[in-house]
Ligand binder design. Sequence first.
Ligand code: HEC
Ligand code: HEC
Length: 389
Amino acid sequence: MKEVKSLFAVKLIRTVSGTIVLLFACCIAGLNSCQTKQSRVKDFLSWLPEQHRDSVYSDPANPYSEEKRVLGRYLFYDNRLSANNTKACASCHAQEYSFTDNYTRSAGVYGDLHQRNSRPLINLVYNRYLTGADSTLHFPEAQMLLPLLNEHPPEMGVKGKEAHILSRLREDTRYPGLFAAAFPDAADPVSWEHIRQSIAVFVKTIISADAPWDRYLRDSSQYPLSAAAKRGRQLFYSPALQCYSCHAGINFSTPVLKEASGKTDFYFNTGLYNIGGKGGYPAADRGLYQLTGNVADEGKFRVPTLRNLAFTAPYYHDGSALSLADVIRVYERGGRLQPGGDGRSNPYKHELIKGFTLTAAEREDLISFLYSLSDTALIKNEQYANPFR
Ligand code: HEC
Ligand code: HEC
């Protein structure tokens, strides 16, 4: 897998992983001692909004500038960036749904379904890998080529219409000035390279760190966690459930599990399908296998964030779970029973997905904890809203 070259990466990753280890170690030992150790998490989150711009997983060739952010925000919301003026990035990444679209699988400019459920564009600089199952994609600058240019199916349908779309932007009253301000040294500022760079800068500024859980970590006396969420937290970090083993870190999406080589493992099969009893996933989406061709990677997907689940239903890579209770029941069962086969006996399923028992009240508590990770301030934040309104 490609390593990211960023000046800050090594130091920051160490801070983050140090925090994770401390947090989960103390949480297993007993929740009271969490309080002091959590101050490290608190420190991290408190400087997060100011420092995120050129840190961690960020393309060093595209540094932050306020002018790029302003331009990128217009472009992110502009339907004119698609073949037929019908789709912007925001069509599938809407602020009210924490920058997802509320569909099972997203539809492109001509109505074709994407293979996957849309993902929330929050705290992206803390994601080592982007998308559900492509370990070569680290930066939005690169990822964005997929929605822009994809033909199978077309998402924004730009391929073959690049020059035409640029001429639309050049004729606009606003854009030539915004591009010139963002790229003052360029002879021809209105270009696809600059579109990509400025949208990437904008999406990297979308930070979500003000959920009840974040506030509680910042100041537990002013922002106490509900009793139900506290009980749910205990379950989340318990040896029986082990949710934290995969859902850890700032975004609850960086696993603490290692591969045999010592590297962090980011992709897991959670036993959602087992077509023909041989570990098969639906042909439309076979996960990491599609990239590596390795049979053991069938059905492996990147661990998704647990932030903002209150806004991002339906769940899973293909939107096949409508509610959090549905997702939790799959973990309780140790895999999902589907008409084509029982995911519980999927041979590629990770060993931690082995099932456990919860009472109805405990399931509710776990859901309360998960909801405490949802940040209402994000969906109201004017800085990220549609600038054309
Ligand atoms: C037709 C719907 C659609 C459009 C339009 C769209 N996206 Fe997406 N986006 C998706 C889906 C679906 C995924 C999940 C892809 C996957 O997991 O393989 C995604 C994933 C992403 C991710 C990865 C997030 C993560 O955490 O892995 C980024 C970044 C992203 N989109 C940015 C953009 C930008 C920028 C634009 C506009 C240039 C855009 N998208 C347009 C549907 C769309
Ligand atoms: C072995 C690693 C692993 C463990 C342990 C684990 N998860 Fe997951 N989780 C994943 C992966 C991978 C996915 C994505 C699966 C997919 O889409 O195919 C996921 C998906 C989810 C989702 C759906 C999120 C979304 O936006 O689609 C939720 C909610 C969730 N897990 C909660 C939990 C809870 C609660 C626990 C503990 C009971 C837990 N997970 C334990 C790896 C894990």
